[in-house]
Design a protein around this ligand. Structure first.
Ligand code: MG
Length: 169
């Protein structure tokens, strides 16, 4: 495996774990706001991001690459409202999409075909990630200041499959 590719994948492993860490911090904030459905949705997102990191991790080891885990930053939780939170999620996912596309460019340039195949999955996944964030933003905009509708959306988000402990509770 080329050093350049190896470095780029290690950076992407870090970015996916950083996403997971960010969403977990946001989930905790929603718990404090008593919006347990939002908290659950973000906790499932934390699991998904961890799974993304592990896909790159496994790929690297399969290809005899050297995994070097990097430092994670302290997550900044700055939102005041659910709408702000999901606008941040969307912006973050758009940034991740950009990274995946750049990685794809590198894989194409270096003629790394297995990496391109792996990245095809991620390209599709990012379309879904952006779509689900946008859908929640649209709902929140319709809801406006209505607490009763926010409560209903919270109940709907609580039904997202996954979440381990959150689901068992
Ligand atoms: Mg991801």
């Amino acid at each position: 495996m080329k050093k350049k590719i190896e470095q780029a994948i290690n950076d992407q492993i870090q970015a996916e774990f950083q996403s997971a860490y960010q969403y977990l911090a946001m989930s905790a904030r929603f718990e404090e706001m008593n919006l347990k459905g939002f908290a659950h949705w973000l906790k499932v997102q934390w699991e998904e991001e961890t799974a993304h990191a592990m896909k790159f991790y496994t790929f690297m080891l399969q290809r005899d690459g050297h995994v070097e885990l990097q430092t994670l930053k302290k997550p900044e939780v700055t939102f005041e409202t659910p709408l702000e939170a999901f606008e941040q999620v969307l912006r973050h996912e758009q940034h991740i999409t950009e990274r995946i596309h750049r990685l794809y460019d590198l894989a194409a340039k270096e003629r790394d075909y297995p990496l391109q195949t792996l990245l095809n999955w991620f390209v599709d996944e990012q379309v879904e990630e952006e779509e689900s964030a946008r859908e929640i933003i649209d709902h929140l905009k319709l809801i406006g200041d209505s607490n009763s509708h926010l409560f209903l959306l919270d109940r709907e988000l609580a039904r997202r499959p996954g979440g381990g402990e959150a689901e068992a509770a």
